[in-house]
Design a protein around this ligand. Structure first.
Ligand SMILES: *Cc1c(COP(=O)(O)O)cnc(C)c1O
Length: 353
C-alpha cells in the first residue's frame, strides 16, 4: 500500500482570512497600516525586463540594507521567505541530534509542526500560571531551544538577562529567539550574537513592517551559524526570494522614519486598548507585542469569539488546554479598536438580559 510510505503530518492552521470587505480583522497579528510609501515607489520603477532573469540567491540588496540598519556583517544575516521559512530551515539545520528540542507548552503553534515534519524529538516546558518561562527547565540536556520573545500568543516578554542565562547554560545547542514582535517596544537579543556563537535571532517584515503579504523573514547570528543555514537552503532551493521582493524589502528598511512612526502608533493604541479592555472586565498579562491575550472575568472566550465573528469582527481563539478561555486580539487602528470595544459592550449587555 503506497500510503504506508507517505510522510504524514497534521499541518499548522493559520488564522482565518475572511473575504468580507467590511470585516475588522484582528486575528492574525497583521499591521493595520500600509507598508512604507517607498515600497510603492520602487514597485513603479522596477525594471520589468529583470523578471526574465533568476533572482540573486543571496538577496544582496536586502542583506546589505539590513546589515547597515543593524550594524552587523551581511554574512551574519540569513534571508528567507517569511520567518516561517527561516525557522523551518533553522529547525532542519540545527536541531539534528537525537535529544529533544525544548520550547514552551504555550507558544507559536508552528514549532511542534516543524519538529513533527522533520522528526525532531521535542519536550514542551510548561509556562508558569502568569505565562513566564522557568529558566531552570532549559538547563537540562537538550537538542536545541526555541521560543519567541515576546512570546506568542501570550505577548509576555522575558528579560535579556534571563535569556542570556539560558544561552550561557547551553553551549552544546543552538538557542533560537524568535523576535517576530520585538519592534513593539521589546528588547532584542541581537547585541548578544557576537558573544554567543550558538545564538540565532529571527525577525520578520510581517508584523512591524506591514509586509505579511510579501513574505520576508531573516535570521541574525554568528557567521558560522548563517553559513550552515545557507548550506542547507542551497541544498533545497536556491531561488526562494524573487527579485521584486528583494528590492521592496530593501526600500522598507531604508524608511526608518515611517517604521518608527507606525510602530509608535501601534504601541500607543495598545496601551489605550489595555485600559479599555480592563474597563470591559478583561484580565491579561502585560503585552509587549501588537496583540493582547485576554480572558474575561465573567464571560466565556468561546462565546465572545463567536458573537464578535457574527458582527464581522475577527479575533483568534484556540480550543486548547490552558488557553481555551482566552482571546488573542491584534491591535488595529484606533478606529478599529473603538468598534471592537463598542461591539463588546453591546454583546455583554445582551448576556446580562
Ligand atoms: C507571525 C509569526 C511568525 C511568522 O511570520 P512570517 O510571516 O512567516 O514572517 C513567526 N513566529 C512567530 C512567533 C509569529 O507570531
Amino acid at each position: 500500500m503506497w500510503e504506508n510510505n507517505v510522510r504524514k503530518i497534521v499541518p499548522y492552521t493559520p488564522g482565518e482570512q475572511p473575504k468580507n470587505p467590511d470585516k475588522i480583522k484582528l486575528n492574525t497579528n497583521e499591521n493595520p497600516y500600509p507598508p512604507s510609501p517607498r515600497v510603492m515607489e520602487i514597485l513603479k520603477s522596477f525594471d520589468y525586463n529583470d523578471l526574465k532573469l533568476y533572482p540573486d540567491t543571496d538577496s544582496k540588496v536586502l542583506a546589505d540594507e539590513l546589515s547597515k540598519y543593524y550594524k552587523i556583517s551581511p554574512e551574519q544575516i540569513f534571508i528567507g521567505v517569511g520567518s516561517d521559512d527561516v525557522l523551518s530551515i533553522a529547525f532542519l539545520t540545527f536541531f539534528n541530534s537525537e535529544k529533544p528540542v525544548f520550547f514552551p507548552d504555550i507558544t507559536y503553534s508552528f514549532y511542534d509542526v516543524w519538529a513533527d515534519v522533520y522528526r525532531i524529538p521535542y519536550e514542551q516546558k510548561p509556562l508558569t500560571d502568569d505565562f513566564k518561562i522557568n529558566p531552570e527547565d532549559y538547563k537540562k540536556e537538550n537538542g536545541g531551544i526555541i521560543f519567541p520573545n515576546p512570546n506568542a500568543p501570550t505577548g509576555v516578554e522575558e528579560s535579556i538577562e534571563m535569556i542570556e542565562d539560558i544561552i550561557k547554560s547551553n553551549p552544546d545547542s543552538v538557542v533560537i529567539i524568535d523576535e517576530a514582535y520585538v519592534d513593539f517596544g521589546g528588547k532584542s537579543c541581537l547585541s548578544l550574537i557576537d558573544k554567543y556563537e550558538n545564538l540565532l535571532v529571527v525577525q520578520t517584515f510581517s508584523k512591524s513592517r506591514s509586509m505579511a503579504g510579501i513574505r520576508i523573514g531573516y535570521a541574525m547570528g554568528s557567521k558560522k551559524l548563517i553559513k550552515y543555514m545557507n548550506d542547507v537552503k542551497f541544498s533545497i532551493n536556491s531561488y526562494t526570494m524573487n527579485s521584486i521582493t528583494q528590492v521592496c524589502g530593501a526600500e522598507a528598511v531604508k524608511d526608518v522614519e515611517y517604521f518608527k512612526e507606525t510602530t509608535a502608533k501601534i504601541i500607543s493604541t495598545r496601551e489605550y486598548s489595555k485600559k479599555r479592555l480592563k474597563e470591559l472586565g478583561f484580565v491579561f498579562e502585560d503585552s509587549m507585542s501588537n496583540f493582547i491575550f485576554a480572558s474575561h472575568t465573567k464571560y466565556k472566550a468561546e462565546d465572545i469569539f463567536r458573537d464578535l465573528k457574527s458582527r464581522n469582527i475577527f479575533v483568534r481563539y484556540w480550543n486548547k488546554p490552558r488557553i481555551n478561555n482566552y482571546l488573542r486580539i491584534t491591535i488595529g487602528t484606533d478606529e478599529e479598536m473603538n468598534k471592537l470595544f463598542s461591539a463588546l459592550e453591546d454583546i455583554f449587555a445582551g448576556y446580562n438580559n
